[in-house]
Ligand binder design. Structure first.
Ligand SMILES: [Zn+2]
Length: 142
């Protein structure tokens, strides 16, 4: 009888051991993947800033690579497709769903994070009206 108990105890130990090493291996694999992932992201962020003409803190920082027909910079290796949204993402994290990244400076190719602000579609519209980019229909004939 004692022999069986001993054997069972031993079996528990080896199971535990096996479980522990498997968990360790998983952990190691996760860390390696995570490090690889982080390096990739750092490289992409560096590549982003290498395309920006960075000036003084209050100046517009022009996007020097590809732009769309409205003048917005295009950069897609990170989460978003446009450069100004990517700039906001690098500084603040994910853009809340349905929100717009707007320009204080009204310069579509600017990616200076301090010139960018988050707004709703309505904020973006009001901003465009205030800056004269859009004329509301009821004002057009005046
Ligand atoms: Zn600007």
């Amino acid at each position: 009888m004692r022999k069986i108990d001993e054997l069972l105890a031993q079996k528990d130990l080896t199971d535990e051991y096996r479980y522990a090493t498997a968990a360790e291996r998983r952990q190691e694999k996760f860390q390696k993947n995570w490090q690889r992932e982080q390096k990739k992201i750092v490289k992409r962020i560096e590549s982003f800033w290498s395309k920006v003409i960075i000036k003084g803190p209050d100046d517009c920082w022009e996007w020097s690579a590809r732009k769309n027909n409205k003048g917005y910079g295009i950069f897609s290796p990170l989460k978003y497709r446009s450069a100004h949204r990517t700039s906001w993402f690098i500084k603040h994290g994910e853009i809340p769903k349905g929100m717009y990244v707007c320009h204080h400076c009204d310069n579509p190719s600017c990616v200076n994070p301090s010139h960018l602000f988050l707004g709703t579609a309505m904020d973006n519209f009001k901003d465009a009206v205030n800056k004269g980019r859009i004329k509301p229909i009821h004002l057009r004939n005046r």
